[in-house]
Ligand binder design. Structure first.
Ligand SMILES: O=C(O)C(=O)Cc1ccccc1
Length: 304
């Protein structure tokens, strides 16, 4: 039985994602913010935390990236991918809609719909989509942009469903645990995630990416966040295909560590979309194992 903290309250997209990680007997615990969900794991109050990490329309979720890079290390062990479209909820007695509240990522994905359907309404940022529903119930705002499940938890009237400016939008969520963890087994369709603090010198980022490219490793995401100490210096979040248990990936991760002391491993886990790694010629795990074996023989003087 595990306690899984999630970015809540109940009825958020993250709660739906967290449900995909539960097995019978697990308990879901709502946290008010993303850092609080992750801190619950760091403090040992929860066994794992489910947080959003990126959206196909709005990109990275900064609160997640910053907490993972800056605070005590956590390791990702699983991911989930959810389709994202929204419902707009109001109170039964709602009159004219002057304010619409939601999580900034949700508001950004319905901007056009709001302009066309509620042109006079002011968009207001809320802690999460479900927190916006709570605030509407309390009379603080007139409408909330929420996950479709929110209406099952909050007694509000549905003004619209299937709202989304971009069809087929998706959000990716991670399940984070506190090290030491048992890494999930490689599946052939895995993702490795890490964050590296690149020194402000010519070619640093290019050098890191070249280590992946020369090993035939396909990048799946590159995000930069300011390091907040020195203006113009960044941390790079680098995701790529493969699992650190594979020789070719271990070789690349080792090279990244040689080039950058300030690198943090954020996990190797099965991709939720099941996309298998593309393997370039001469970059198969067997090629790495074979080459290592040959070098070892050379070092023993057995073969030249
Ligand atoms: O606020 C929520 O419901 C979340 O889980 C964060 C979020 C917001 C918008 C799209 C996907 C996830």
């Amino acid at each position: 039985m595990s306690r899984i903290a999630y970015f809540g309250p109940i009825g958020t997209f993250t709660e739906q994602a967290a449900r995909t990680f539960t097995t019978p007997g697990d308990e879901l615990v709502a946290a008010e913010t993303i850092p609080q969900a992750l801190d619950a794991v760091r403090k040992g109050e929860a066994d794992a935390a489910c947080v959003p990490v990126e959206n196909s329309v709005e990109g990275a979720v900064p609160a997640t990236l910053d907490s993972l890079a800056e605070r005590e290390p956590l390791i990702g062990v699983a991911e989930a991918l959810l389709p994202v479209h929204f419902s707009v909820l109001t109170r039964e007695d709602a009159g004219e809609i002057r304010t619409v509240a939601s999580h900034p990522h949700a508001l950004a994905q319905v901007r056009q719909w709001l302009e066309e359907n509620l042109p006079g309404a002011r968009a207001v940022a809320a802690g999460s989509t479900a927190a916006a529903a709570v605030a509407v119930q309390a009379g603080e705002f007139d409408a909330a942009v929420t996950a479709p499940v929110a209406v099952e938890h909050y007694p509000l009237k549905v003004l619209a469903t299937e709202v989304a400016d971009v069809r087929d939008a998706r959000t990716r969520f991670l399940l984070m645990r506190k090290p030491p963890v048992t890494l999930p087994d490689p599946t052939g369709a895995d993702r490795t995630s890490l964050v590296a603090a690149a020194a402000n010198r010519t070619g640093t980022l290019a050098a890191l990416l070249t280590e992946l490219a020369t090993r035939g490793i396909n990048l799946t995401r590159l995000d930069a966040r300011p390091n907040k100490q020195n203006f113009g210096e960044y941390r790079f979040f680098i995701d790529f295909e493969g699992h650190v248990a594979e020789p070719r990936i271990a070789d690349a991760v080792s090279a990244l560590r040689r080039r950058c002391r300030d690198v943090r491993f954020l996990g190797s886990f099965a991709r939720a979309d099941g996309v298998r790694a593309t393997i370039e010629p001469a970059a198969r795990n067997e090629d790495f194992a074979d080459a290592d074996g040959w070098v070892a023989a050379v070092q023993r003087g057995e073969q030249a």
